[in-house]
Unconditional design. Structure first.
Length: 386
């Protein structure tokens, strides 16, 4: 068998194996989390009008940014197929809002042919397709959009992403958007917000020596509140080493409205593993927590498909429906091939977003590489086309 470079999910197996998996921070025991004693953090009062605000994904978008995968060293023989998936996602979203695809200058023409005339492909050097993590996190301040650059470092220096590390500065300069450099290292997939001051995040993905050495959870929480303009951080444990991201929240728990979240659930009968235990812990925390405005959370299950019925394959296949993307008048979800599960997930999303079209998209190669539609997209808030 020929050598296959590690994907986002397999890479950690070479760094320590399954024995290295550890829940949460070493300083906090399981009883602390179960009791809720360290399950949530609180921050400052709600930011006054005109101060910084981290908006919800269902707010109006000016555009969606995406990245054209460039690295054969990562995708090997799957590179043409992941590009087909990315082009398919871009074309689907372009039916509802403006899409900008970043591509290396020598790949711009090929990307444009694949994506079609409705997608704008710009020459900007990137390494891979994970725009959610490499594009700055957009916040609003004083009526203007600013980009918070979270100093992408390849998910804790697990992969080399020299071009992707510079996307934040380069893209913001291209679009004339003010840049703020965060005092932290993180990725966009780590953050989930209701637009009303509540932030959900997994501890494993940010309170981590591979991103923020020497910083405590309290230190990081204070910086998040200041940098993003949120008021309350709800901490979920996640699981270190589950994948290259150290378990981003955007594949686990997603807001659909203030106070309402969808929680990823394994297919019934699936043997328990570190990810399903992380979902159980998230449910426990959310059941006891309140949001920034004092509301209790309504938690709705979003079950995964039967892995024996999906059309994709691979040990690293990400089969969560939680990695959906909310765009203007629409929601984009994966179509995994288990018709019953796909229809059930579509129905749940339609109930949560009754005024939006729910659009299933086949993403088998993206999912086999450890990601989903949300991972591949990044929304810029604003009026459409602005």
């Amino acid at each position: 068998m020929s050598y296959r470079p590690p994907t986002r999910r397999t890479v950690l197996r070479t760094l320590g194996g399954l024995g290295a998996l550890a829940f949460g921070a070493a300083a906090c025991g399981p009883d602390d989390y179960a009791s809720g004693a360290v399950g949530t953090g609180t921050g400052s009062d709600r930011a006054a009008e005109g101060e910084r605000r981290f908006g919800a994904e269902w707010d109006s978008h000016a555009r969606t940014f995406m990245s054209w995968p460039a690295l054969e060293s990562v995708w090997a023989e799957d590179l043409p197929y992941v590009r087909e998936d990315i082009a398919r996602i871009a074309r689907a979203i372009a039916e509802y809002e403006y899409v900008v695809m970043m591509a290396r200058p020598n790949q711009q023409k090929a990307a444009q042919r694949a994506c079609g005339s409705q997608v704008e492909v710009i020459p900007l050097a990137v390494d891979d397709m994970w725009a959610r993590d490499t594009v700055p996190v957009f916040v609003e301040e004083g009526g203007k959009v600013i980009g918070v650059d979270f100093n992408f470092n390849g998910w804790g220096d697990k992969q080399e992403h020299g071009h992707d590390a510079r996307v934040g500065r380069t893209l913001l300069t291209e679009y004339g958007i003010p840049r703020v450099e965060a005092p932290l290292v993180s990725e966009g997939g780590s953050f989930e917000t209701d637009g009303e001051g509540t932030l959900l995040i997994t501890e494993s993905s940010i309170v981590n020596e591979n991103r923020n050495p020497g910083m405590s959870r309290d230190d990081i929480e204070a910086e998040l509140i200041e940098t993003l303009g949120v008021d309350k951080v709800v901490w979920l444990k996640g699981v270190r080493g589950q994948d290259i991201t150290d378990a981003h929240v955007d594949s686990l728990v997603r807001f659909t409205a203030p106070g309402v979240v969808l929680l990823d659930q394994a297919f019934p009968g699936t043997p328990p593993d570190s990810w399903s235990r992380a979902a159980d812990q998230a449910r426990e925390v959310l059941g006891k927590a309140t949001d920034a405005r004092g509301r209790r959370f309504e938690v709705i299950d979003l079950p995964q498909p039967d892995l024996d019925r999906i059309t994709g394959e691979g040990d690293d296949f990400v089969s969560t429906y939680a990695n959906f993307y909310v765009a203007n008048d629409s929601v984009f979800m994966p179509r995994f091939g288990d018709r019953k599960a796909d229809d059930r997930a579509r129905g749940i999303l339609q109930e949560q977003f009754p005024q939006r079209d729910i659009v299933p998209v086949v993403i088998d190669t993206v999912a086999s590489g450890g990601g989903g539609i949300h991972c591949a997209t990044h929304d810029q808030p604003g009026k459409p086309g602005s």
